[in-house]
Design a protein around this ligand. Structure first.
Ligand code: ADP
Length: 422
């Protein structure tokens, strides 16, 4: 590499802290250096390859690869065996300097930089200065450096293995999900095509006009199929909105007693058919909360429909509410099959359904009838968008004794907007 001193020298600064980047850049720019910056190690390596800097300033504490590791890597590349690489670190602890030099750094400077002497120090390294390191110090610290590398490699392998496991699990859940969506859509499609077929037959067979009764029966059947399909599609859209953080809340005063009553009334027919007894406590005294009534209704709807689905015929569902400080805790308890302790968190994950999809039934409110595994993910998304919390308490899963499950939805009275998650 050709030597270049100010004002022609090009300097690459690898640093994750924007304030340090700006300061060093300004100080060196003023002296006529051409400074390029990279925010992490991998970007730093590719910028080094692209820009061929005359000197590299290297922060040591960087995320992912640290400064020593990047230096070792750069030294193994053909063009960087002689390039001055100067460690710049706020870590003053003993041995750090030697470790950086053993890893391949030419020099070692501490942060914060001294603005008046810094350009002179940089110029000295550009002109061939290199910090001394005895052979003994070098071999001792090289060994430490190698041990650190192996240790980091081990922890990275663990990290990758668990990320990989999680991805495989997600991949499986998504495949199951695709199978379930096709099941869910096939049922209403069969219904719709059946009714359309029936109508066609009737038109062909009947010489006179079709009876109003017949036509309205067919229309009802078609409507049922379409509604069912729309529900499935809406569920998928809602979960996609929650995942992408684009679920917008239309805030207003919400009376939970009215929301619960609305949900309950939608289920009257099913509850009667399944002989499930519902007891709703006095929710009229609960404070009015600020939230999105429609979304909260959909959250309660999902928990209530699960309570029905996982409770055998003749069981009970209890709904009570209490105000706790400046929050409201809505509790929905059932006398159903229960949920094992190990699954209390995972049931709120997208696509997660407990049990095999072979047992998946498309009958929505039949005892243990399967769903898409999106219901509780939607509930969690809606409740968290309100800065609330949802969780379940249940002793175990038991299909003989029915220990039941208790879901809590804890909502703040006032909606306080949280900064967006990065
Ligand atoms: P699904 O569409 O499968 O019902 P959910 O996200 O609503 O998906 O629920 C995830 C899983 O949590 C269900 O498959 C079920 O095993 C379990 N679960 C949810 N609610 C209850 C409940 N009240 N009693 C027992 N198990 C429940």
């Amino acid at each position: 590499m050709t030597k270049a001193t100010s004002p022609n020298a090009k300097i690459l600064y690898i640093e994750d802290d924007p304030a340090s980047r700006r300061l060093v850049q300004r100080v060196l720019d003023n002296k006529g250096y051409h400074v390029v910056v990279a925010a992490d190690g991998l970007e730093g390596i590719s910028m080094a390859r692209e820009h061929h800097p005359n000197l590299i300033l290297m922060d040591i504490n960087l995320p992912n690869m640290d400064g020593r590791e990047i230096t070792t890597r750069l030294r193994s590349l053909p063009n960087f065996s002689d390039t001055p690489i100067v460690a710049l670190t706020a870590n003053h602890s003993a041995g750090n300097r030697e470790l950086a030099l053993a890893a391949g750094c030419t020099g070692f400077l501490t942060k914060p930089i001294d603005v008046s002497s810094f350009p002179g120090q940089v110029s000295a390294y550009l002109n061939g200065l290199s910090d001394p390191l005895t052979a003994d110090e070098k071999s001792e610290h090289l060994q430490r450096h190698a041990q650190n590398l192996v240790e980091r490699l081990e922890s990275k392998i663990h990290e990758l293995e668990s990320a990989n496991k999680r991805l495989r699990e997600l991949d499986r859940l998504k495949s199951d999900f695709i199978i379930m969506v096709s099941h869910e859509l096939r049922t209403p499609l069969t219904l719709i095509s059946g009714y359309a077929h029936l109508l066609d037959e009737q038109v062909k067979q009947t010489e006179e006009n079709l009876s109003t009764e017949m036509v309205s029966g067919v229309a009802e059947g078609l409507n049922l199929g379409v509604t069912r399909m729309r529900d499935v599609v809406n569920e998928i859209i809602k979960v996609a909105r929650i995942s992408s953080g684009t679920l917008d809340l239309a805030l207003g005063p919400v009376r939970l007693c009215e929301v619960v009553q609305d949900v309950f009334e939608e289920y009257l027919e099913v509850l009667e058919k399944r002989q499930i007894n519902v007891q709703i406590g006095d929710l009229t005294k609960l404070p009015i909360i600020q939230g999105d009534g429609e979304q909260l209704k959909s959250a309660i709807y999902h928990i209530f429909s699960n309570a029905i689905k996982y409770t055998p015929d003749g069981g009970s569902i209890f709904v009570v509410g209490r105000s706790v400080g400046d929050t409201v805790d809505l509790i929905i308890q059932d006398t159903g099959i229960g949920i094992p302790d190990s699954e209390h968190r995972r049931i709120f994950d997208q696509f997660y359904t407990l049990g095999s999809i072979e047992h998946h039934s498309t009958s929505k409110f039949a005892f243990q009838g399967g769903g898409l595994g999106l219901g509780l993910a939607i509930v969690k998304g809606i409740v968290e968008a309100h800065n609330g919390r949802v969780w379940v308490e249940s002793e175990r899963r038991d299909l003989d004794q029915f220990p039941g499950s208790t879901f809590h939805i804890l909502l703040p009275l006032e909606h306080v907007k949280q900064p967006a998650k990065l």
